[in-house]
Write a protein that binds this ligand. Sequence first.
Ligand code: SF4
Length: 369
Amino acid sequence: MSATVRHPAFRSVSDAQWSDWRWQLRHRVTTLADLEPLVDLTPEERAGIEARAGTFPFAITPYYLSLFGGPDCPVRRQAVPHVAECEPSADDWSDPLAEDDHAPVEHLTHRYPDRALLYVTHTCPVYCRHCTRQRKVGDARSAPSRADLDDAFAYLERTPQVRDVLVSGGDPLSLSDDRLVEIVARLRAIPSVEVIRLCTRNPVTLPQRITPALLERLRPYHPLYVNTHFNHPKEGTAEAAAALDRLADHGFVVGNQMVLLRGINDDPETVAALGRFLLRHRARPYYMFQCDPVAGTAHLRTPVHVGTEILDALRGRISGLAIPHFAVDLPGGGGKVTLAPPRQVAHDGAVRTFRGRGGRLFRVLDPGS
Ligand code: SF4
Protein backbone atom coordinates (compact mmCIF):
# COMPACT_ATOMS: atom_id res chain seq x y z
CA MET A 1 0.00 0.00 0.00
CA SER A 2 1.57 3.32 -0.98
CA ALA A 3 1.33 6.60 0.94
CA THR A 4 -1.54 8.98 0.21
CA VAL A 5 -0.99 11.15 -2.85
CA ARG A 6 -0.87 14.66 -1.45
CA HIS A 7 -2.90 17.52 -2.78
CA PRO A 8 -0.60 19.53 -5.11
CA ALA A 9 -0.61 22.44 -2.66
CA PHE A 10 1.19 20.25 -0.11
CA ARG A 11 3.68 18.44 -2.34
CA SER A 12 6.59 20.67 -1.35
CA VAL A 13 6.02 20.05 2.36
CA SER A 14 8.80 17.91 3.82
CA ASP A 15 7.99 14.33 4.81
CA ALA A 16 8.89 15.20 8.40
CA GLN A 17 6.35 18.01 8.49
CA TRP A 18 3.66 15.99 6.72
CA SER A 19 4.08 13.17 9.28
CA ASP A 20 3.94 15.59 12.21
CA TRP A 21 0.40 15.74 13.61
CA ARG A 22 1.03 19.20 15.05
CA TRP A 23 1.95 20.48 11.58
CA GLN A 24 -1.24 18.91 10.23
CA LEU A 25 -3.34 20.58 12.94
CA ARG A 26 -1.63 23.96 12.46
CA HIS A 27 -2.38 23.80 8.72
CA ARG A 28 -6.00 22.75 8.93
CA VAL A 29 -8.18 24.49 6.39
CA THR A 30 -10.90 26.35 8.26
CA THR A 31 -12.04 29.25 6.07
CA LEU A 32 -13.71 29.63 2.71
CA ALA A 33 -10.83 31.83 1.57
CA ASP A 34 -8.33 29.05 2.31
CA LEU A 35 -10.46 26.24 0.88
CA GLU A 36 -11.39 27.91 -2.40
CA PRO A 37 -7.92 27.74 -3.99
CA LEU A 38 -7.62 24.06 -3.01
CA VAL A 39 -11.01 22.62 -4.01
CA ASP A 40 -13.22 23.48 -6.96
CA LEU A 41 -16.25 24.14 -4.77
CA THR A 42 -19.78 23.75 -6.03
CA PRO A 43 -22.25 26.61 -5.45
CA GLU A 44 -24.02 24.35 -2.89
CA GLU A 45 -20.79 23.82 -0.94
CA ARG A 46 -19.91 27.51 -1.01
CA ALA A 47 -23.41 28.43 0.19
CA GLY A 48 -23.18 25.76 2.89
CA ILE A 49 -19.89 27.12 4.21
CA GLU A 50 -21.28 30.64 4.34
CA ALA A 51 -24.55 29.58 5.96
CA ARG A 52 -22.95 27.39 8.62
CA ALA A 53 -20.27 29.86 9.68
CA GLY A 54 -20.89 30.63 13.33
CA THR A 55 -23.09 27.55 13.90
CA PHE A 56 -21.11 24.43 13.01
CA PRO A 57 -17.68 25.28 11.58
CA PHE A 58 -15.65 23.18 9.22
CA ALA A 59 -12.03 22.14 9.57
CA ILE A 60 -10.04 19.79 7.35
CA THR A 61 -6.51 18.47 7.82
CA PRO A 62 -4.22 18.62 4.76
CA TYR A 63 -4.03 14.81 4.95
CA TYR A 64 -7.82 14.30 4.83
CA LEU A 65 -8.21 16.97 2.17
CA SER A 66 -5.72 15.08 0.00
CA LEU A 67 -8.24 12.21 -0.20
CA PHE A 68 -10.88 14.43 -1.82
CA GLY A 69 -12.24 13.71 -5.26
CA GLY A 70 -15.13 15.49 -7.00
CA PRO A 71 -18.30 16.78 -5.33
CA ASP A 72 -19.70 13.26 -4.84
CA CYS A 73 -16.54 11.97 -3.17
CA PRO A 74 -17.46 10.12 0.04
CA VAL A 75 -14.61 11.76 1.94
CA ARG A 76 -15.30 15.29 0.71
CA ARG A 77 -19.01 14.97 1.50
CA GLN A 78 -18.22 14.16 5.14
CA ALA A 79 -16.06 17.25 5.58
CA VAL A 80 -17.29 20.12 3.40
CA PRO A 81 -20.53 21.87 4.45
CA HIS A 82 -23.41 21.75 1.99
CA VAL A 83 -26.36 24.09 1.74
CA ALA A 84 -28.66 21.12 2.40
CA GLU A 85 -27.51 21.36 6.05
CA CYS A 86 -29.79 24.37 6.33
CA GLU A 87 -32.93 22.48 5.27
CA PRO A 88 -35.09 21.61 8.29
CA SER A 89 -36.76 18.23 8.53
CA ALA A 90 -39.73 16.99 10.54
CA ASP A 91 -37.42 15.13 12.92
CA ASP A 92 -34.59 17.49 13.84
CA TRP A 93 -32.99 17.37 17.26
CA SER A 94 -30.22 19.38 18.82
CA ASP A 95 -29.27 16.66 21.33
CA PRO A 96 -30.94 13.51 19.95
CA LEU A 97 -29.38 11.15 22.49
CA ALA A 98 -30.41 13.37 25.43
CA GLU A 99 -26.80 13.42 26.59
CA ASP A 100 -27.21 16.76 28.33
CA ASP A 101 -30.35 15.54 30.15
CA HIS A 102 -28.38 12.68 31.70
CA ALA A 103 -25.45 14.74 32.95
CA PRO A 104 -25.18 14.50 36.76
CA VAL A 105 -22.20 16.88 36.52
CA GLU A 106 -21.10 19.00 33.62
CA HIS A 107 -19.17 17.22 30.85
CA LEU A 108 -20.24 13.72 31.91
CA THR A 109 -23.22 11.68 30.72
CA HIS A 110 -24.40 8.76 32.84
CA ARG A 111 -27.31 7.01 31.15
CA TYR A 112 -26.58 3.28 31.33
CA PRO A 113 -25.90 1.89 34.84
CA ASP A 114 -22.33 0.69 34.25
CA ARG A 115 -21.09 3.19 31.64
CA ALA A 116 -20.36 6.90 31.54
CA LEU A 117 -19.28 9.29 28.81
CA LEU A 118 -16.66 11.86 29.70
CA TYR A 119 -16.20 14.86 27.39
CA VAL A 120 -12.64 16.12 27.62
CA THR A 121 -12.46 18.56 24.68
CA HIS A 122 -14.72 19.95 21.97
CA THR A 123 -12.06 20.08 19.30
CA CYS A 124 -11.53 17.62 16.43
CA PRO A 125 -9.10 17.57 13.48
CA VAL A 126 -12.04 17.44 11.05
CA TYR A 127 -15.63 18.40 11.84
CA CYS A 128 -17.77 15.63 10.39
CA ARG A 129 -20.91 17.01 8.82
CA HIS A 130 -22.99 14.21 10.37
CA CYS A 131 -21.68 14.78 13.92
CA THR A 132 -24.21 14.01 16.65
CA ARG A 133 -22.63 16.60 18.95
CA GLN A 134 -22.50 19.49 16.53
CA ARG A 135 -24.40 21.54 19.14
CA LYS A 136 -21.09 21.99 20.99
CA VAL A 137 -18.26 20.41 18.98
CA GLY A 138 -16.07 23.03 17.35
CA ASP A 139 -16.79 25.59 20.05
CA ALA A 140 -13.54 25.76 22.00
CA ARG A 141 -15.19 28.06 24.58
CA SER A 142 -17.43 25.22 25.77
CA ALA A 143 -14.55 22.83 26.48
CA PRO A 144 -14.21 21.58 30.06
CA SER A 145 -11.83 23.25 32.45
CA ARG A 146 -9.62 21.34 34.88
CA ALA A 147 -12.12 22.11 37.65
CA ASP A 148 -14.96 20.71 35.50
CA LEU A 149 -13.04 17.49 34.99
CA ASP A 150 -12.26 17.30 38.70
CA ASP A 151 -16.02 17.33 39.33
CA ALA A 152 -16.45 14.53 36.79
CA PHE A 153 -13.68 12.43 38.40
CA ALA A 154 -15.24 12.99 41.84
CA TYR A 155 -18.59 11.78 40.49
CA LEU A 156 -16.97 8.61 39.13
CA GLU A 157 -15.23 8.04 42.47
CA ARG A 158 -18.52 8.14 44.36
CA THR A 159 -20.40 6.10 41.72
CA PRO A 160 -18.73 2.69 41.70
CA GLN A 161 -21.35 1.08 39.48
CA VAL A 162 -19.64 2.82 36.55
CA ARG A 163 -17.11 0.28 35.30
CA ASP A 164 -16.66 1.50 31.74
CA VAL A 165 -15.74 5.10 30.90
CA LEU A 166 -15.80 6.37 27.34
CA VAL A 167 -13.39 9.27 26.95
CA SER A 168 -14.91 11.36 24.23
CA GLY A 169 -15.47 14.90 23.07
CA GLY A 170 -14.81 16.24 20.47
CA ASP A 171 -11.81 14.06 19.98
CA PRO A 172 -9.69 13.31 23.06
CA LEU A 173 -6.61 12.91 20.89
CA SER A 174 -6.83 16.63 20.17
CA LEU A 175 -5.30 17.09 23.63
CA SER A 176 -1.56 17.06 24.23
CA ASP A 177 0.08 13.77 25.17
CA ASP A 178 0.63 15.08 28.72
CA ARG A 179 -3.00 16.07 29.23
CA LEU A 180 -4.43 12.88 27.71
CA VAL A 181 -2.14 10.62 29.74
CA GLU A 182 -3.01 12.60 32.88
CA ILE A 183 -6.73 12.05 32.27
CA VAL A 184 -6.32 8.35 31.56
CA ALA A 185 -4.09 7.89 34.62
CA ARG A 186 -6.66 9.65 36.78
CA LEU A 187 -9.39 7.33 35.53
CA ARG A 188 -7.23 4.26 36.01
CA ALA A 189 -6.66 5.29 39.63
CA ILE A 190 -10.41 4.90 40.32
CA PRO A 191 -10.68 1.28 41.53
CA SER A 192 -14.20 0.70 40.14
CA VAL A 193 -13.30 1.77 36.59
CA GLU A 194 -12.39 -1.42 34.76
CA VAL A 195 -12.50 -0.42 31.11
CA ILE A 196 -11.45 2.86 29.51
CA ARG A 197 -12.45 3.54 25.93
CA LEU A 198 -10.92 6.32 23.85
CA CYS A 199 -13.40 7.53 21.24
CA THR A 200 -11.33 9.00 18.44
CA ARG A 201 -11.55 9.65 14.73
CA ASN A 202 -7.86 10.50 14.54
CA PRO A 203 -6.96 7.17 12.86
CA VAL A 204 -9.23 8.36 10.01
CA THR A 205 -8.66 12.09 9.76
CA LEU A 206 -5.19 12.47 11.30
CA PRO A 207 -3.48 9.06 11.52
CA GLN A 208 -0.15 10.81 12.14
CA ARG A 209 -1.48 11.50 15.66
CA ILE A 210 -1.22 7.79 16.57
CA THR A 211 2.44 8.07 17.51
CA PRO A 212 4.48 5.30 19.14
CA ALA A 213 5.44 7.79 21.85
CA LEU A 214 1.82 8.39 22.86
CA LEU A 215 0.96 4.71 22.73
CA GLU A 216 3.96 3.81 24.89
CA ARG A 217 2.86 6.34 27.50
CA LEU A 218 -0.68 4.96 27.52
CA ARG A 219 0.39 1.31 27.64
CA PRO A 220 0.61 1.14 31.49
CA TYR A 221 -3.11 1.93 31.75
CA HIS A 222 -4.54 -1.06 29.86
CA PRO A 223 -7.13 -2.38 29.31
CA LEU A 224 -7.66 0.50 26.91
CA TYR A 225 -10.11 0.19 24.06
CA VAL A 226 -10.35 2.48 21.05
CA ASN A 227 -13.67 3.25 19.37
CA THR A 228 -12.86 4.72 16.00
CA HIS A 229 -15.05 5.82 13.14
CA PHE A 230 -14.13 4.85 9.58
CA ASN A 231 -17.08 5.33 7.24
CA HIS A 232 -15.69 4.43 3.83
CA PRO A 233 -12.93 2.21 2.39
CA LYS A 234 -11.45 5.29 0.70
CA GLU A 235 -10.36 6.30 4.21
CA GLY A 236 -8.40 3.05 4.43
CA THR A 237 -5.08 4.54 3.34
CA ALA A 238 -1.56 3.30 4.05
CA GLU A 239 -1.31 5.90 6.83
CA ALA A 240 -4.59 4.81 8.41
CA ALA A 241 -3.61 1.15 8.13
CA ALA A 242 -0.30 1.87 9.86
CA ALA A 243 -2.10 3.76 12.64
CA LEU A 244 -4.42 0.80 13.26
CA ASP A 245 -1.44 -1.58 13.21
CA ARG A 246 0.36 0.55 15.78
CA LEU A 247 -2.67 0.55 18.06
CA ALA A 248 -2.96 -3.24 17.87
CA ASP A 249 0.80 -3.70 18.37
CA HIS A 250 0.55 -1.63 21.55
CA GLY A 251 -2.26 -3.75 22.95
CA PHE A 252 -5.28 -1.56 22.19
CA VAL A 253 -8.51 -3.31 21.25
CA VAL A 254 -9.96 -1.35 18.35
CA GLY A 255 -13.61 -1.35 17.30
CA ASN A 256 -15.11 0.68 14.48
CA GLN A 257 -18.40 2.53 14.61
CA MET A 258 -19.47 3.58 11.13
CA VAL A 259 -22.50 5.75 10.48
CA LEU A 260 -24.72 4.98 7.52
CA LEU A 261 -24.76 8.02 5.26
CA ARG A 262 -26.90 8.49 2.17
CA GLY A 263 -24.91 8.28 -1.04
CA ILE A 264 -21.67 7.82 0.92
CA ASN A 265 -21.63 4.27 2.26
CA ASP A 266 -25.21 2.97 2.06
CA ASP A 267 -24.53 -0.13 -0.02
CA PRO A 268 -23.30 -3.66 0.79
CA GLU A 269 -20.15 -3.48 -1.35
CA THR A 270 -18.88 -0.42 0.49
CA VAL A 271 -19.63 -1.87 3.91
CA ALA A 272 -17.96 -5.16 2.94
CA ALA A 273 -14.84 -3.43 1.62
CA LEU A 274 -14.59 -1.34 4.78
CA GLY A 275 -15.03 -4.41 6.96
CA ARG A 276 -12.27 -6.26 5.12
CA PHE A 277 -9.88 -3.30 5.48
CA LEU A 278 -10.54 -3.09 9.21
CA LEU A 279 -10.04 -6.81 9.79
CA ARG A 280 -6.75 -6.78 7.87
CA HIS A 281 -5.56 -4.24 10.42
CA ARG A 282 -6.97 -5.93 13.54
CA ALA A 283 -9.89 -3.55 14.05
CA ARG A 284 -13.32 -5.08 14.55
CA PRO A 285 -16.29 -3.65 12.63
CA TYR A 286 -18.48 -3.13 15.68
CA TYR A 287 -21.48 -0.92 14.92
CA MET A 288 -23.13 0.40 11.79
CA PHE A 289 -25.28 3.23 13.15
CA GLN A 290 -28.39 4.75 11.74
CA CYS A 291 -27.47 8.44 11.38
CA ASP A 292 -28.87 10.30 14.39
CA PRO A 293 -31.60 12.86 13.62
CA VAL A 294 -29.43 15.88 14.30
CA ALA A 295 -30.56 19.15 12.76
CA GLY A 296 -28.54 19.70 9.60
CA THR A 297 -28.20 16.03 8.64
CA ALA A 298 -31.55 15.20 6.99
CA HIS A 299 -29.90 14.95 3.55
CA LEU A 300 -27.45 12.35 4.92
CA ARG A 301 -29.91 10.05 6.66
CA THR A 302 -30.98 6.75 5.10
CA PRO A 303 -34.27 4.89 5.60
CA VAL A 304 -33.93 2.31 8.39
CA HIS A 305 -34.62 -0.57 6.00
CA VAL A 306 -31.37 0.21 4.16
CA GLY A 307 -29.37 -0.98 7.18
CA THR A 308 -31.14 -4.32 7.48
CA GLU A 309 -30.95 -4.85 3.71
CA ILE A 310 -27.19 -4.32 3.81
CA LEU A 311 -26.86 -6.93 6.56
CA ASP A 312 -29.10 -9.29 4.59
CA ALA A 313 -26.88 -8.90 1.52
CA LEU A 314 -23.67 -9.48 3.49
CA ARG A 315 -24.71 -12.42 5.67
CA GLY A 316 -23.09 -15.55 4.28
CA ARG A 317 -21.14 -13.61 1.67
CA ILE A 318 -18.34 -12.35 3.90
CA SER A 319 -16.97 -13.43 7.25
CA GLY A 320 -19.27 -12.67 10.14
CA LEU A 321 -16.28 -10.93 11.74
CA ALA A 322 -16.51 -8.25 9.03
CA ILE A 323 -20.22 -7.57 9.58
CA PRO A 324 -21.10 -4.90 12.14
CA HIS A 325 -24.23 -4.77 14.29
CA PHE A 326 -26.80 -2.40 12.84
CA ALA A 327 -28.00 -0.10 15.62
CA VAL A 328 -30.47 2.73 15.99
CA ASP A 329 -29.75 4.99 18.96
CA LEU A 330 -33.28 5.92 20.01
CA PRO A 331 -33.87 9.68 20.02
CA GLY A 332 -34.69 11.05 23.44
CA GLY A 333 -32.21 8.82 25.24
CA GLY A 334 -33.98 5.47 24.78
CA GLY A 335 -30.69 3.65 24.21
CA LYS A 336 -29.56 1.48 21.31
CA VAL A 337 -31.64 -1.15 19.58
CA THR A 338 -29.94 -3.52 17.18
CA LEU A 339 -31.81 -4.64 14.11
CA ALA A 340 -31.26 -7.72 11.97
CA PRO A 341 -33.02 -8.97 8.86
CA PRO A 342 -35.85 -11.31 9.85
CA ARG A 343 -34.79 -14.89 9.05
CA GLN A 344 -37.45 -16.88 10.89
CA VAL A 345 -40.41 -17.22 8.51
CA ALA A 346 -42.65 -19.60 10.48
CA HIS A 347 -43.05 -20.99 13.98
CA ASP A 348 -45.34 -23.98 14.43
CA GLY A 349 -45.14 -25.62 17.83
CA ALA A 350 -41.63 -26.99 18.24
CA VAL A 351 -40.74 -26.40 14.60
CA ARG A 352 -39.21 -23.15 13.48
CA THR A 353 -38.61 -22.43 9.80
CA PHE A 354 -35.78 -20.16 8.74
CA ARG A 355 -34.72 -18.68 5.43
CA GLY A 356 -31.08 -19.62 4.89
CA ARG A 357 -28.48 -19.44 2.12
CA GLY A 358 -29.80 -18.87 -1.35
CA GLY A 359 -33.26 -18.16 0.07
CA ARG A 360 -33.86 -21.85 0.86
CA LEU A 361 -36.07 -22.75 3.82
CA PHE A 362 -34.67 -24.84 6.69
CA ARG A 363 -36.61 -26.40 9.55
CA VAL A 364 -35.20 -26.51 13.06
CA LEU A 365 -36.66 -28.59 15.86
CA ASP A 366 -36.63 -26.27 18.86
CA PRO A 367 -35.50 -28.17 21.99
CA GLY A 368 -37.84 -26.03 24.05
CA SER A 369 -37.51 -25.55 27.77
S1 SF4 B 1 -14.64 13.37 15.15
FE1 SF4 B 1 -16.47 12.70 16.28
S2 SF4 B 1 -16.94 14.39 17.69
FE2 SF4 B 1 -15.54 15.19 16.10
S3 SF4 B 1 -16.86 16.06 14.52
FE3 SF4 B 1 -16.40 13.94 13.91
S4 SF4 B 1 -18.12 12.73 14.74
FE4 SF4 B 1 -18.13 14.73 15.81
